[in-house]
Each structure stands twice: as structure tokens, then as C-alpha cells.
Design a protein around this ligand. Structure first.
Ligand code: ATP
Ligand code: MG
Length: 740
């Protein structure tokens, strides 16, 4: 069909423009990586508003991560008038918003809290022991996995009972169902919901209260879903319900990038889209704007090895570009050093660190990379590691805040009642819990009555004092803004004194608490709302679940290299990408070998990684790797073999060598000098590379100890403490130091 004249559509290619011009009814945009799916989705929203006159307040766009949602909002701001009225969020935060507004219709009480992964574990540990068939050494994480998967698939405890499998994750199905049932009952009693519930409870709400669905539909008459290939059953159902009235749904996705099966994602959702919506318009995009032709060629070559796939065309718009490099390092540390060398080199050529990313299969791999970068002082930010909101002191103070606004939150109470110590021991706590259970009250109520009801033999005034403190905090919560309220909590909880006793570490934790107050203040500047709303947002940003990682690394400089897992990299792009650990057992991962379809999923994951690169791609492996405290020799990933001659095997200098050579040293015997083989450092710094703590000798100052190292190669500087003259900063090249 003819396209309207529009400055927006003219920034898209013809196929993208057709998709962006889609007005009403269902539509599917299915296309390979970097073909402009997300761009098309955003332009479509802008076009709906500018050309078709749709009100921004009737548009919903759902993305996969907080980061993606924030980016989308940012991009929309530049294109759209009234962009702040767009509803752009993840499935989870959409769920929070709907349940906050209408949850009372399905029995959620005002002020309910959101349990994160750790809270879930705490609750599971508590109930585990009471259920027949669940041994004392059952891993609560396994139980949590069972619950998560059940919820992703909209299964109830009853459904688990009726499961055709006798065992679920190694547990008799009746036991699994019972864990699920008791967990739900306990959670409900504490006026809490968990992450899975954010979707499943919203689905239930929509099913049971059509009036609510109708009202939400008024706010979401045009619905968009990015990364549709990774939706699970629950998200699928939520989407289906939302669009059931107006039927304006546009989804975009790429089946080759489906990488969350382990979390219940169902690739069938995108493959069956035309079955669900027979009148759907399908748009295909066939040009990749992101990657150099070489990088794209490699990606295409890899993914062709998957047998279960929908064939698509994806042509490069860009030129060939740099060759893709593969380096097999002697061990994991040399691998990290290789990455550090090249980051430094490219930075020296004028690239910004923010334009470079290092991707790995498992979070644990980041440590060695981090160490290599730190040695040469390359700033790095880790996406999805232990984030700010997962730190102990932050979770503690937020637990106080939660208990202040929801006195029924027993999990929060148990977390903080001993921090700082208040003279309420384990026995006392058990008594109080017992009493609360029998009387059907909260633990905090039990504390308040400890004395007058003779719940404890002695020390009964302690819980009463604690209950009084929490009562004060509840009043503060009603009267203060989020920032000042949190400061009140920090000061009145006695937490500061606790940290003062922890020395250096306590100091760092105090700084984090200051930062928490800052975060709340900042939040208030851009959000209307109470401490309860702030806690919702904080809960969505917390949790070790990397999918939800948000604001972390608050103290990292602006220009820093990004380190993250391949999973977290989905949807993003960087001029320079390193994928480390291309070894059997890592990529593909060991677990994948046992799962049906596991290898194909890993191949998709590698495909996602490769297609993040715009200009330069580096693949690395380590011939020896330390795992579980032992160093083992490794094998190259089978995927490298599949890439054929699509990359150059290189030595640490980037000189091309034969891929089949056992070690790069066969080609560069000249650099096999001195202690390099023993130290396993890469030759660009070997003999020169110093580390903090190392002992050295200077011809004039004598013996000393390295305090700090900066820069690499010719520019490397060390700060050395000499007993004779104190600390000295020296340029390694001229200092004539010898190692001791
Ligand atoms: P992924 O599958 O990785 O999510 P995608 O299909 O969503 O990728 P985008 O992120 O939307 O792709 O686009 C990839 C890159 O190509 C972006 O930098 C985008 O701005 C650019 N791009 C897409 N279409 C065009 C176009 N028509 N003209 C210029 N640049 C484009
Ligand atoms: Mg995208």
C-alpha cells in the first residue's frame, strides 16, 4: 500500500515504513538481529500519534528489561510530543501498576509488599521442614525454581497434583504441590506477592473482574511487545487478555534470539502468532543496519546450524569491516589480559570505553576479566552483578521500611529483628511465631503483646520495645517524604551504631545508606508518590535475577567498559564486542548438553552475542581454566568449528596464525621469554607488568613494594613504596626496576 508522506517514515526503509504505518488490528514483525525491529516499533508509536492522531495516553509498549524500557522512553522523547504520557514498561512493572490500582478486587490488601528472590528463599526455608517428602537437604532454590516455572506456565498447586510426571525437579509431585500450596498461603497471610505473581495475579484479576480489564484497556488501546520470542505462557495470556477488546497488537521478535526457555519462555508464542490472530499482517525486515558484513556473515553461518528454525533473509548494509579475531589464550588470566590489552589499544585509537563490551556465558567469569581490567585501570561497569539494591545494608533498611508500611510482613521482621541485636533470641522468636500462628496474627502483633499475654518466660519487654519502635516508624512513614523517612529509619533503627563497629567495611556500608537516601530524594524529584511507591520501584530494580538488573555501579565513571552476560546483552549494541570463554562446557554450557534442544538454545545465545557487535568482534578461549578450585585443560567450543574460516585466529598482537596450531607460541617462539610461561601473563606486558603488592628493587632506592599500577606498555607507571625514600611514582620504561 501507498505510504503517507511523513518525515518519520522517511527515516526507515520501505519494509520498516510499511510496518510503522500499520494502523489497527494485529501485526507481527519478524526479522533477524539488527534489522531495526525496535526502531520500527518506536517509529510506529510516533507515527500513530503524529499521523493517526492517537492519544499517547492510549499506548502501551512492553519491553524485556528496565534498561530497554528506559532507553525506549528516551528515544521516544526525541520523536514525540507528549511522550511522558506513553506507558512503556516491562511486564513486571506493568503488573505492579495494575495491582496497586485494582488489586483489592482480588483480595490484595493495600500496602502489599513485593518479595524478591531472597525473601522467597527465606519463606521456603521456613516451610520446607514441615512437608512430607521434602528432605532437610532439599535445596530451597530448587523449590523456588519449581514455583517460578509453575507460575510462568499459569499452573496452580492443583495442576501440579494432576501432573502426569511423578516427579517435578526431583521432588514427588504431591510434595511439590504442597510446597507451592503452603508457600502461597503463608505469603498471602503476610500481605505479600512475588515476582511471578505480578503477572499471574494480573491475569487472574482480568479474568475475574472484567470491569477492571475494561478500564485498563482504555489506557492500552494500542499495545506493542518487543522481544516477543521470549514471552512465557503467563505473559502471553496477559497480552491476549489486554488486546481482546480493541485487537490492536503489534509484536516484534526474532525466533533465532529466543534464549529464555529455562525460565519458561515459549518460542511457540511467536511461531503461532498467525494462528492466534488469523487476520494478522506480517512484516519482514531483511536488512541489517548494525553489524559489519563480516560480523553478520559469521552470525548467519552459525545460526544455519540450527535445525528447528524459521529461515529468514538478513543482508548486511555495512561494508566488510575488520576481520573477526579469535584468540586462544594459555589460561583464563591470559585471556583476561588479552581483553585488557585490546581495550587499551582501541581506547588509545580514540574509541570510548562505553563503546566496548565484554560478554560471557556465566556471571562467575566476570571476576577474572575484572581483575585484568583493574590491573591496567580500565573502568568497568558490571550489568547484572550484585546490584546496589541487593547489598545487605540496603535490603535491611528497606525491610524496616516495608515492615513500617505493612505490619504483617513477617519475612521483613525476621530479617531485621536481630540487626542490630535487640535481645530477642531464636527461642523467643519461635515462641512469638507460634503464638502468632495460633492466634492468626502477625509476628509484630505478637511482639506487641509479648508482655501482657505472657508469651515469653523472660525478657518480654524487648519485643514490646521493638513493636513500639516499629510503631514510631509507621507514623514516620505516613508523615515524611521517602528520603527523610529513610534517613529516620537509618538513624532510629540503631543500624548506624551497628555499622560503626564494623570498621572499614561499615564505612562503605554507611556510604551506601547515604546513597539510598539520595536515591529516594532523586526519585521524589521525578515521581509523585509515597515511600510505598518507592519501595515498589526499588523491588523491581533489585534481586539477583539479572533480567531485572537496573541501577547498579553508582560509583563507576561515565566512560567505562560494559561487562555482562550474553543473556543481558539482548537488544543492545556496541561498536566493539568481546565474547570470552568460547569453550565446550561454557558455551555451550555443561547443563545444556543434557537438555533436549539445549545445544540449539546455546547456539542462539552465541548468535545473540555475535550480533551485538557493530564494527569489531573478538572471540577468546582459554586453554586452561580454573573451575571449582582446579585448573583443567579445555576444548574449543564446537561453535567455532561451525564458523569455518569466518574469523582469523591471532596471537596476542593480532598477528594471524593457523587456527589448528595448538598454541600461538608455535608461531611466536621469539616472545617466549623469561618467566612468561610460568606467570601466564600475556607477552605485551610480560616482564613489564607489575601488580600491587609485588616486591621490586630499584638501583638507587633499593627494595620497595608496588602500591599502584597505571597504564600499560610504554606508558605504564608504578607507585612504589621504598623504606628509604617513601612513595615514588615511576615510569616503568625508565625506572630500571627488577622484580624480586
Ligand atoms: P535486535 O534483534 O538485536 O533487537 P533490532 O532488530 O531491534 O535488533 P534495532 O536495534 O532497532 O534492531 O536496530 C539496529 C541498529 O540499526 C540501530 O542502531 C538502528 O538505529 C539502526 N537502524 C535500523 N534501521 C535503520 C534505518 N532504516 N536507517 C538507519 N539505521 C537503522
Ligand atoms: Mg531490538
Amino acid at each position: 500500500p501507498d505510504l503517507p508522506d511523513s518525515p518519520l517514515l522517511s527515516q526507515l526503509n520501505p519494509n520498516q515504513a510499511q510496518a510503522a504505518n500499520h494502523y489497527t488490528g494485529p501485526a507481527l514483525v519478524i526479522a533477524g538481529a539488527g534489522s531495526g525491529k525496535t526502531r520500527t516499533l518506536i517509529y510506529r508509536i510516533a507515527h500513530l500519534i503524529n499521523h493517526y492522531g492517537v492519544d499517547p495516553g492510549e499506548i502501551l509498549a512492553v519491553t524485556f528489561t528496565n534498561k530497554a524500557a528506559a532507553e525506549m522512553r528516551e528515544r521516544a522523547k526525541h520523536l514525540i510530543h507528549g511522550a511522558d504520557r506513553l506507558w512503556m514498561s516491562t511486564f513486571h512493572s506493568a503488573g505492579v501498576r495494575i495491582l496497586r490500582a485494582y488489586g483489592e478486587h482480588i483480595g490484595l490488601r493495600r500496602g502489599f509488599v513485593i518479595y524478591d528472590d531472597d525473601d522467597q528463599l527465606d519463606l521456603l526455608k521456613e516451610i520446607m521442614g514441615t512437608i512430607p517428602g521434602v528432605g532437610p537437604d532439599t535445596n530451597p532454590r530448587v523449590l523456588r525454581g519449581i514455583l517460578d516455572r509453575a507460575k510462568s506456565n499459569l499452573l496452580t498447586p492443583g495442576d501440579l497434583d494432576r501432573s502426569p510426571e511423578p516427579f517435578i525437579s526431583g521432588l514427588p509431585r504431591a510434595a511439590a504441590a504442597e510446597v507451592y500450596r503452603r508457600y502461597e498461603a503463608r505469603k498471602k497471610g503476610q500481605n505479600a506477592i512475588d515476582f511471578g505473581d505480578l503477572i499471574t495475579e494480573t491475569v487472574r484479576l482480568f479474568r475475574e473482574v472484567p470491569g477492571v480489564l475494561d478500564r485498563v484497556q482504555d489506557r492500552a488501546r494500542f499495545i506493542h511487545v518487543d522481544e516477543y520470542q521470549d514471552t512465557n505462557k503467563a505473559q502471553y495470556e496477559l497480552t491476549r487478555l489486554l488486546v481482546s477488546r480493541d485487537r490492536n497488537l503489534l509484536v516484534v521478535g526474532d525466533p533465532d534470539q529466543s534464549i529464555y526457555k529455562f525460565r519458561g519462555a515459549d518460542i511457540q508464542n511467536i511461531l503461532d502468532f498467525q494462528k492466534d490472530y488469523p487476520d494478522a499482517k506480517v512484516y519482514m525486515l531483511e536488512h541489517n543496519y548494525r553489524s559489519s558484513a563480516r560480523v553478520l556473515g559469521l552470525a548467519n553461518k552459525l545460526i544455519e546450524n540450527n535445525s528447528e528454525r524459521l529461515e529468514k533473509t538478513l543482508r548486511a548494509v555495512k561494508e566488510d569491516g575488520h576481520p573477526v579475531m579469535f584468540h586462544r589464550a594459555t589460561d583464563h588470566r591470559a585471556e583476561g589480559d588479552f581483553v585488557a590489552e585490546w581495550l587499551t589499544r582501541l581506547h588509545g585509537e580514540g574509541l570510548k570505553f562505553t563503546d566496548m563490551a565484554v560478554l560471557y556465558r556465566t556471571n562467575a567469569q566476570s571476576r577474572v576479566i575484572e581483575e585484568s581490567l583493574r590491573r591496567v585501570q580500565i573502568p568497568a561497569k558490571i550489568v547484572g552483578g550484585l546490584s546496589f539494591y541487593d547489598r545487605r545494608e540496603i535490603k535491611d533498611i528497606l525491610a524496616y521500611a516495608r515492615l513500617a508500611i505493612n505490619p504483617e510482613d513477617d519475612v521483613a521482621l525476621r530479617r531485621i529483628v536481630g540487626r542490630p541485636k535487640r535481645g530477642i533470641g531464636d527461642t523467643a522468636l519461635e515462641r512469638l511465631m507460634e503464638w502468632a500462628r495460633i492466634n492468626g496474627t502477625s509476628l509484630l502483633t505478637a511482639c506487641a503483646h509479648a508482655q501482657e499475654r505472657n508469651i515469653l518466660d523472660r525478657g518480654a519487654q524487648k519485643p514490646v520495645e521493638f513493636a513500639k519502635l516499629m510503631h514510631e516508624m509507621s507514623e514516620a512513614a505516613d508523615n515524611y517524604e521517602p528520603g527523610p523517612f529513610l534517613r529516620f529509619v537509618v538513624e532510629h533503627s540503631g543500624y548506624l551504631d551497628l555499622l560503626r563497629q564494623e570498621g572499614q567495611e561499615g564505612q562503605v556500608r554507611m556510604e551506601n545508606l547515604d546513597e539510598l537516601v539520595n536515591a529516594a530524594e532523586e526519585w521524589s524529584q521525578s515521581n509523585e508518590g509515597t515511600i510505598a511507591d518507592f519501595l515498589d520501584d526499588a523491588a523491581l530494580l533489585s534481586s539477583v535475577d539479572d533480567m531485572r538488573a537496573g541501577r547498579e555501579n553508582r560509583d563507576v565513571p561515565e566512560d567505562a567498559v560494559t561487562l555482562m552476560t550474553l543473556h543481558n546483552a539482548k537488544g543492545l549494541e556496541f561498536p566493539v564486542v568481546f565474547i570470552v570463554g568460547t569453550e565446550e562446557g561454557l558455551l555451550p554450557s555443561k547443563n545444556a548438553l543434557q537438555e533436549p534442544g539445549g545445544i540449539e538454545e546455546e547456539r542462539r545465545l552465541f548468535y545473540v552475542g555475535i550480533t551485538r557487535a557493530m564494527d569489531r568482534l573478538f572471540l577468546t578461549a582459554a586453554q586452561n581454566r580454573m573451575q571449582y578450585g582446579k585448573t583443567n585443560s579445555t576444548e574449543d567450543s564446537r561453535f567455532l568449528e561451525e564458523l569455518g574460516d569466518g574469523f582469523d585466529a591471532v596471537d596476542p598482537y593480532g598477528q594471524v596464525i593457523d587456527y589448528r596450531a595448538k598454541t600461538w607460541r608455535e608461531f611466536r617462539p621469539d616472545v617466549l621469554t623469561r618467566a612468561s610461561a610460568v606467570k601466564n601473563t600475556s607477552p605485551m606486558t610480560e616482564g613489564m607488568a607489575y601488580r600491587g603488592g609485588e616486591k621490586v628493587r630499584h638501583p638507587k632506592f633499593g627494595e620497595g613494594q608496588v602500591l599502584a599500577v597505571a597504564g600499560v606498555g610504554d606508558r605504564q607507571e608504578v607507585t612504589v613504596h621504598f623504606p628509604t625514600v617513601g612513595a615514588k611514582k615511576l615510569l616503568v620504561k625508565f625506572a630500571n626496576l627488577t622484580k624480586m
